[in-house]
Each structure stands twice: as structure tokens, then as C-alpha cells.
Design a protein around this ligand. Structure first.
Ligand SMILES: NC(=O)c1ccc[n+]([C@@H]2O[C@H](COP(=O)([O-])OP(=O)(O)OC[C@H]3O[C@@H](n4cnc5c(N)ncnc54)[C@H](O)[C@@H]3O)[C@@H](O)[C@H]2O)c1
Length: 173
């Protein structure tokens, strides 16, 4: 895919950092963007800025670990804008600390966002992308933690390693 104008990018975690930069760049390429983030204020300020510059934006505050919310957003997005040409499963959190320092609740939160957030995005959008039958790409934001384990990064590594597995599995489609 080398033409981006008029195409659709879906970006999770668009409220700040890499997601915000991706949204800005996609808009600059003339793409329409569908943006989600758990932080409504940051999402709204980005959406307003992009819309003021002429970009068609669909945005919704939601938690990517909530499968029903991601599915509902995907249905709205596909019905209003069509299947995505680019899907960035980018939302993620980082917690650093010794392996034994995280509570079970903290582990579940980390895995729910960094692993299930990606799975929820794939489940919600990939069938429509396949059905559309046009060139499209999915980018699941991993980390160096998807490749190597580092000290005090057990939780991050455990939650980012699956990005590599999902990438390899996706190649089998
Ligand atoms: N910046 C780095 O050096 C680095 C390194 C390795 C991996 N990453 C990965 O890159 C991605 C983006 O990181 P970043 O540096 O831009 O971080 P960031 O904190 O600046 O941005 C992450 C965004 O995701 C949103 N988010 C968090 N939990 C969410 C949830 N449950 N549902 C919806 N949105 C949620 C946050 O509100 C935030 O806007 C993450 O997956 C992160 O793990 C970043």
C-alpha cells in the first residue's frame, strides 16, 4: 500500500505519545482517522485539532480491554467509514518493578490492556478487513520486551511477548 489519501486509519491509544504522533502523521497523509483512548480530554483535544485542519475524525473514549466496547466502536466505525486500511493496536501501559512486586490485580490489568487490548482490536476489525479484500496492514505496537527479557521488566515482557506471537500467527492468514 503506497497511497494513503482518503484511506482509513484506526488508532488505539491515540491520546498521547506514539498514538498521537501516528494520528497526526496519518492525517497529514490525507487519511481519515478513527481514534480511541481511555483519556477523553486528550482524545478530544487531538480530534478537535485534526478536524480544524480538515481531517475526517471519528473518536471515542473507551478502554481497549473492554471487548464489548471495542466491538461496538468497530461496528460504528465500519458502518460509518468502512473497513480500516491501517489498524494500529497501539494502546498500552508500562509498569516496572521486580517480578514479585506486582499484585494479582496489577498483573490482570497489565495483561487485559497490553494483550487483550490487541486481541480485542483484531477480533473487532480483522474480519471486516479480510472481507473488504483490499490491501491493508495491522500494526500491533510491541516493544523490545517482545523480543528480549530485561531486569525488572517481567510484567512488561510477559505482556508484550504476545505481540510477536500474534504477528507470527497473523502471517499464516
Ligand atoms: N515510548 C516508548 O519508549 C515505548 C517503548 C516500548 C513500547 N512502547 C509501547 O508503545 C505504545 C504507546 O506508548 P507511548 O510511549 O506512546 O505511551 P503513552 O502513555 O504516551 O500513550 C499510551 C496511550 O494509551 C492510552 N491507554 C492506556 N491504557 C488504555 C486503555 N486501557 N484503553 C485505551 N487507551 C489506553 C493512554 O491513555 C495513552 O494516551 C504502548 O503500547 C507502549 O507499551 C512504547
Amino acid at each position: 500500500m503506497d497511497q494513503f489519501k482518503g484511506k482509513l486509519a484506526v488508532i488505539t491509544g491515540a491520546g498521547s505519545g506514539i498514538g498521537r504522533a501516528l494520528a497526526t502523521r496519518c492525517a497529514r497523509e490525507g487519511m481519515r482517522v478513527a481514534l480511541v483512548d481511555v483519556q477523553q480530554g486528550k482524545l478530544q483535544s487531538l480530534a478537535s485539532r485534526l478536524e480544524a485542519a480538515g481531517t475526517q475524525v471519528l473518536s471515542q473514549a473507551l478502554d481497549v480491554s473492554d471487548a464489548a466496547a471495542v466491538t461496538a466502536f468497530a461496528q460504528r466505525c465500519i458502518s460509518e467509514l468502512g473497513a480500516p486500511d491501517l489498524l494500529f493496536n497501539n494502546a498500552g501501559i508500562l509498569r516496572i518493578g521486580e517480578t514479585w512486586s506486582h499484585s494479582a490485580e496489577e498483573w490482570l490489568k497489565m495483561l487485559s490492556i497490553n494483550v487483550m487490548g490487541v486481541v480485542n482490536g483484531l477480533n473487532a476489525f480483522l474480519p471486516a478487513m479480510l472481507e473488504a479484500g483490499k490491501p491493508a496492514h495491522i500494526i500491533n505496537t510491541g516493544s523490545v520486551g517482545s523480543l528480549v527479557a530485561a531486569p525488572a521488566m517481567a510484567q512488561h515482557t510477559a505482556a508484550k511477548w504476545p505481540c510477536a506471537a500474534l504477528r507470527n500467527a497473523s502471517r499464516l492468514i
